[in-house]
Design a protein. Structure first.
Length: 169
């Protein structure tokens, strides 16, 4: 298990959410588990399917993870915004692990979504309030202009020894 006993779980269709997930993991020494959807979400048809699934609040079928998230003190969950909603893969993960995770933190990459709405939905699905949350527009991730927001998020994450101290970038 990682020294910080943190796991970062995320879904990324385009790579933006993965960029933030990897930055969180690198700064905290966390393990990383991408959610792998069995549904093809590539190209234009995949995008349409993704938005439709989010609007319908549908779940999906995920490939199994290599670790049990319940073994971690903190699970940081990342999702892209799909039509002002949680992505189907993250919706599925949260529902599967409802009531099983000790602590959760959430992050979201989006256009200009209502972050509070998406975070409420995530908390409701997993049955736990987050200890921290971070919403970043995808264009800020693309430009690399999210480091200050990320640092504040990392500072707010609890660990066994207080709070995470992000590595200097």
């Amino acid at each position: 298990m990682p020294r910080a006993n943190i796991l970062v779980v995320y879904y990324s269709r385009s790579g933006t959410t993965e960029t933030v997930a990897r930055a969180i993991a690198e700064a905290t020494g966390a393990g990383v588990e991408p959610l792998v959807d069995t549904v093809n979400r590539g190209r234009a048809l995949g995008f349409v399917r993704s938005v439709r699934d989010a609007a319908s609040r549908r779940q999906t079928t995920l490939q199994p993870l290599s670790v049990d998230p319940a073994d971690y003190d903190l699970v940081v969950v990342g999702t892209p915004d799909w039509g002002k909603s949680v992505s189907a893969p993250v919706r599925t993960f949260l529902a599967i692990h409802a009531g099983r995770l000790r602590q959760v933190a959430f992050f979201l990459t989006d256009g200009e979504a209502e972050h509070a709405r998406v975070f409420r939905e995530m908390a409701s699905l997993v049955g736990r309030e987050p200890v921290a949350q971070l919403g970043i527009p995808h264009d800020e991730v693309d430009r690399g202009a999210y480091r200050e927001q990320l640092a504040a998020f990392l500072e707010s994450l609890p660990t066994a020894h207080g709070h995470v101290r992000p590595a200097k970038t």
